[in-house]
Ligand binder design. Sequence first.
Ligand SMILES: Cc1ncc(COP(=O)(O)O)c(C=O)c1O
Length: 429
Amino acid sequence: MEIKGPILFEAYPSLKKKIPWMPLLTNLPTSVDRLTELEKELNLKNGEIYIKRDDKNHHIYGGNKLRKFEFIFAEAMRKKKKGMITLGGIGTNHGIACAIVARELGLKCYLFLSHQPLTWHVQRSLLLYDYFGAKLHLSKSFEVGILKSLFFRLFHPNYYLMSIGGTPLFGIGTSLGSIGFINAMFELKKQIDQNIIPEPDVIFVAGGSTGTGAGLIAGCKLLGLTIDVKIVNVSKDIIVNNSAVMKNANKAIKYMRKYDKTIPDISITSDDFEIVQGYVGSDYGVKTHRAQKAVDLITELEAKNKNFKLETTYTGKTMAAMIDFLKEKENKSKKVLFWNTYNSNDLDKYLKETQFDYKKLPTKFHKFYEDTSFQCWQIVGCPKELREKCPAFLNHEYRFWKVSECSLDSEKIKKAKEELTQVIELEDA
Ligand SMILES: Cc1ncc(COP(=O)(O)O)c(C=O)c1O
């Protein structure tokens, strides 16, 4: 059976033999759902809210990563690399995706991880890297992590070094990840043309390394769409800023134009997008009240029924920004699309298999389990039978005191709730 290439190659066939690409995603095009309950909640006047379901684009790990990896891993394979090196925080979703795809392709995977606020999400990610066969290195800071990975690469020339989030950092690194999202915008355009979704006025997307947003912005301009793309900064200002987004978007366009001069010679300027500030909190990865509130609201109104999840590092903060935008009187009739970048497939089943044995991780990582015990079932010591039936068990966003059928006595719950809210350190940002 002939494998259909990415939609971008249909538009620009001369890219086919030039730009590396391999099929990884198993469910394309991703669907677009309408969030009618949220529309009602926000009392919109002719406004419409949609969600692009990239969370379901792969049977193991959905989200934004594999759209980038179809191009980046293809380059690694073309260069006959034996493994991948990449970096991020200790809870990096990018690292999970890299480990999964590397394993699928028979490549080794080395992750250089640096500190971020500790949550169950982080603890879970560490166990998942190990489950999917990645080798882990811990660094004191992001900067040290960069140096360590560069040093490692020096002695392992057969490995492909993928920058943080698969996006150029300070202009260094491949543009192929963003090209994955130019391709995604071509997919959306086709859905607009097929009347699956009206052309949105605004797109909201999380900005971590900016590769996703930069690709969407470049895609809009190439297609002549005047959609206002808003990148919500959930990371560090030195990474998410106007100059970085312009640089990353323009580098991707230039890369494509090198192989096909019919591609319009356009340039992205700061007028083509907006970076939304004020939602990150004091640092990358901290839980904020606003993000948690947005996650709770969407879970109740939409996510439970439509089977997707938000989390508080990326998509919760982005959703909080979108909700605030739609509360403004002048935005009540806007058509808005939330680009869902977070996986919604179940990963906990893999951890159940391994019984959460963190001792299999390198010793340096044990402190992330031993110094803290802030999972609800650990605090209240609930019995295994009860725990495994509880919808809050292993769910890093859903608090067990909201489970109405919880049979623990209320004093215990009250005490654990106090302890948990203290440890999680919700910020007011
Ligand atoms: C769930 C999720 N959303 C969004 C992003 C940010 O994407 P980008 O790094 O392309 O800005 C990430 C990055 O890790 C992520 O894990």
